[in-house]
Write a protein that binds this ligand. Structure first.
Ligand SMILES: [Zn+2]
Length: 80
């Protein structure tokens, strides 16, 4: 059974920014210091500290995320 994943990415704070990652999130999150490849193409060390979540979103990851999550809008239903 596949766990429900609303979007094909997760946010993970690493090296001073909040990056997006397309990998399946391990239970409990990525281990501190784990090297991960994020959407902007960087290899970064995951950071699990609470403060890390206050970092700014990586603009490149944010752009990539928007593409990944892009879902075609259903045609507008006109009111009858
Ligand atoms: Zn990034």
């Amino acid at each position: 059974m596949t766990p429900y994943r609303p979007y094909p990415f997760h946010w993970v704070p690493a090296e001073g920014a909040r990056h997006a990652i397309a990998d399946q999130r391990p239970a409990g999150g990525w281990p501190e210091g784990e090297t991960i490849t994020v959407l902007c193409g960087s290899e970064v060390a995951a950071d699990n500290s609470e403060l890390a979540w206050l970092w700014d979103t990586c603009p490149d990851c944010n752009a990539g995320r928007t593409c990944l999550a892009e879902v075609p809008m259903p045609p507008a239903v006109s009111a009858r």
